[in-house]
Design a protein around this ligand. Structure first.
Ligand code: FAD
Length: 368
């Protein structure tokens, strides 16, 4: 099997089992699903050169996390001619080892739960999917035009933005270079390796305090650094401040993370200037929150102070035909079950919008 045959030529996904295979011009191609195989058979030449493709759909969904995947399944169930564009299928929680709050499961891993979401998408008839990044969403006469990193352009009267969030970075020297070499954005699974060592946690909110508490219980000597006062739950603040092996540095900022192959220290200074101090630590856990992924759509929609897309109760954004679902919105509660629910709602509302457009009736889309 050649390298290229490991990737589905229609959607770009890596294929691990050889259930759907075909031969074209003497070469074997493998597909992730019956749907991709069928699309390939219809026009192999087009599918092999789909760079620069232009196509029109009823609906384009951007994002392959719980919100986007659920929206895609709901779009397919309504027989909308829809396309899902995503950098990956799974989203933020795909590597999580313990999900305890998804209905129907006492405990499930991210790979298992999101794998089931993905399989349900791949089994759908009416939706196409492609691994690609949407760079921009612009208004055109009859809806929206989406431009992708692979040079493709797609148009649709309705779009659902389900692009989730990414971790906020400190943007200090050493941070990127030492990522996974002592710098991490969440508590890593094999925490025991830091037992008894000096470590730093950056972030004075709930996540930072939780991380500091967990590390101190493990016997680490912890410095918790916050650019302002601690803002977590009062009980948790009291607990972390009382811990003997924890030092809390409020109103301090990280100036740089140091180390060659591995983190060996951190430079901090008082907020607003002052003398830098060196902290001798072997790991830095950064817990300073998340930012919504709205670059591709930011100029088009109303967003709140946190940059989240403002949505009405039908998941509609501030312009007709544009919907948003999941962590990228101003909806309360960043959870898988909530993102999935919003994905379903957005797809149902987009379906009503598209049908109304097709029949020439007025749109029912409206704000809360
Ligand atoms: C480590 C961790 C553990 C978690 N554990 C739990 C838990 O136990 N229980 C729980 O309920 N929640 C948990 N969460 C929260 C949960 O993961 C999120 O609430 C949920 O994933 C949000 O889903 P979403 O679809 O809105 O966004 P995401 O999951 O963030 O998915 C966004 C998708 O959009 C894609 N994307 C982004 N920008 C573009 C673009 N321009 N073009 C194309 N694609 C794009 C991304 O690649 C991704 O596929 C956890 C989160 C993390 C980080």
């Amino acid at each position: 099997m050649t390298d290229s045959a490991d990737y589905d030529p229609v959607c770009g996904m890596q294929v691990h089992d050889r259930r759907w295979v075909t031969t074209y011009r003497g070469r074997e191609y493998v597909f992730c699903s019956e749907g991709c195989l069928a699309l390939f058979r219809r026009d192999p030449a087009l599918r092999l050169s789909h760079k620069g493709e232009r196509a029109r759909y009823d609906l384009v969904i951007v994002g392959g996390g719980p919100a986007g995947l659920t929206a895609a399944v709901y779009a397919s169930l309504q027989h909308l001619h829809a396309l899902l564009l995503a950098r990956d299928l799974g989203g933020q929680a795909v590597d999580t080892s313990r999900i305890k709050n998804y209905m129907g499961y006492d405990l499930v891993t991210g790979p298992e739960l999101l794998g089931r979401f993905r399989d349900q998408l791949l089994a759908q008839k009416y939706i196409e999917h492609r691994l690609d990044e949407v760079l921009s969403v612009a208004r055109v006469a009859d809806g929206f035009a989406l431009q992708t990193r692979h040079g493709c352009r797609y148009e649709a009267p309705a779009v659902i933005i389900a692009t989730g969030m990414h971790r906020r970075r400190l943007d200090v020297p050493g941070e990127r270079r030492l990522l996974r070499r002592g710098v991490s954005y969440r508590l890593v699974h094999e925490l025991e390796r830091y037992q008894g060592q000096a470590v730093a946690v950056v972030g004075g909110g709930n996540s930072g305090i939780e991380a500091a508490t967990a590390l101190s219980r493990l016997g680490c000597r912890v410095t918790l650094i916050s650019s302002g006062p601690l803002t977590g739950d009062a009980g948790d603040i009291a607990r972390v401040e009382a811990a003997e092996n924890t030092v809390v540095l409020t109103d301090h900022e990280v100036a740089a993370i140091e180390g060659e192959e591995q983190v060996n220290g951190l430079r901090v200074q008082p907020r607003g200037g002052g003398r830098e101090r060196f902290l001798d630590v072997s790991a830095v856990f950064i817990e300073i929150g998340y930012l919504p992924n709205t670059d591709c759509v930011a100029p088009l929609v109303d967003r709140n102070r946190d940059g989240e897309i403002e949505t009405g109760r039908d998941c509609s954004a501030s312009i007709p035909g544009l919907f948003a679902a999941g962590d990228v919105t101003n909806g309360f509660g960043k959870r898988i079950i909530i993102a999935a629910g919003e994905g379903a709602r957005a797809a149902l509302a987009a379906g009503v919008f598209v049908r109304a457009r097709q029949s020439g009736t007025a749109s029912v889309q409206g704000p809360a």
